[in-house]
Design a protein around this ligand. Structure first.
Ligand code: SF4
Length: 363
């Protein structure tokens, strides 16, 4: 057991401790606290190596909701740790570095969303899980890149959809569901493939700088070097690139696709490609862009993780009313029946009274 007097106080001091010693501290402290470490696919390899579970944000939150651990250390970005706290309110959720935020999530705030909702009172609000708790609380249902198409299909044809914050994912979903996509307060629209009778998707003008920066020239270059390679790209990328891909899918599904191909060009953050290369050392796995690195995701280090466990910092705390409303949007998505539906009068009454079963339907 590590005694409090033995431990350095600042995370900077931890960075001077040899890696093997840090790993040992992490192991000991995890056992002491009954803690679990959840690592996102985009984390540094050193973090992935000490994580108990690896995955995308939703998979990790489901893991958070079903684990018996008392303490969850979330190695990802802010909205992911928040999502874990929303789904597991009785657990202590920690982040090794509070500055690890998501610029895409920051495109929309609760207040800006409330203002736009007032302009479109008939719209169903769909929040990509890459959003703050406050934005989730203002939304009718959440979605992930893996289930966004199904969530949108579950919404009645005549209801417009306010989709936040990723315009690229909104466009992709619009193409797949036959809805027109209008990017809010811009002239950008995508009407050509729209099906008559379907109300449009009104997309927030946000994006992920890592995926939005992937360009056709890089894909052409990668294809020239690896002719015949299949191409998989994340739907946060731009539409012109997605139309060139053999597969458009979430990071979790990319792992399954990599199992099936010997040579694969992968259009997402480098952390996933690095992980897949370790997992499949005999395959040729090519990052679509070597520069596709999310600096926010890389803020977490093993030294900060060890500090976080030793000092029980930084704890995620949130207003209970916001948490409950955000929980409702997440659980609509997680509902085993799938997709959006209007809550029954009984469900609304229970939610308003704060009486709702805990635990994740998918757990
Ligand atoms: S990769 Fe993009 S969406 Fe993910 S945390 Fe970084 S900025 Fe946000």
């Amino acid at each position: 057991m590590i005694k409090v007097r033995d431990i350095p106080q600042s995370s900077l001091e931890y960075s001077r401790i040899p890696t093997e010693e840090l790993r040992e501290r992490i192991r000991a402290r995890k056992a002491e606290l009954n803690a679990v470490i959840l690592g996102h696919n985009y984390q540094r390899v050193e973090i992935q190596e000490v994580s108990d579970y690896l995955g995308d944000s939703l998979g990790l939150s489901q893991e958070a909701a079903s684990t018996d651990a008392d303490v969850i250390v979330f190695c990802g970005v802010h909205f992911m740790a928040e999502t874990a706290k929303i789904l597991s309110p009785s657990k202590t959720v920690l982040m090794p570095d509070l500055r690890a935020g998501c610029p895409m999530a920051d495109f929309v705030t609760g207040e800006s969303l409330r203002r736009v909702k007032a302009r479109f009172p008939d719209a169903v609000v769909v929040a990509y899980v890459n959003s703050t708790a406050e934005v989730k609380a203002e939304s009718d249902i959440c979605c992930t890149s893996a289930n966004a198409v199904d969530v949108v299909r579950s919404i009645p044809d005549e209801r417009p959809i306010l989709f936040v914050p990723d315009r690229n994912l909104a466009r992709y979903v619009a193409e797949r569901t036959g809805r027109e996509c209008r990017v809010l307060d811009t002239a950008a629209s995508q009407p050509s493939s729209a099906t008559p009778g379907l109300a449009p998707i009104l997309a927030w003008d946000g994006y992920c700088y890592v995926h939005d920066d992937l360009v056709l020239d890089e894909l052409a270059e990668a294809r020239k070097k690896h002719p015949g390679a299949k191409v998989v790209i994340h739907p946060e990328a731009r539409g012109d690139l997605l139309r060139e891909a053999d597969y458009v899918t979430s990071t979790s599904k990319m792992v399954e696709i990599a199992e099936k191909h010997d040579t694969l060009i992968i259009g997402t953050e480098r952390g996933l490609v690095d992980r897949l290369k370790q997992q499949f050392p005999l395959k040729t796995l090519i990052p679509l862009s070597g520069a596709a690195i999310c600096g926010n995701m890389k803020m977490n280090t093993v030294a900060k993780l060890a500090w976080s466990l030793d000092h029980l910092q930084h704890e995620v705390v949130m207003d209970e009313e916001i948490r409950m409303r955000a929980d409702r949007s997440l659980r609509r998505m997680l509902d085993l029946s799938g997709g959006w539906r209007a809550p029954t009068a009984e469900e609304s009454a229970l939610e308003d009274a704060g009486i709702r079963r805990s635990g994740c339907g998918c757990g």
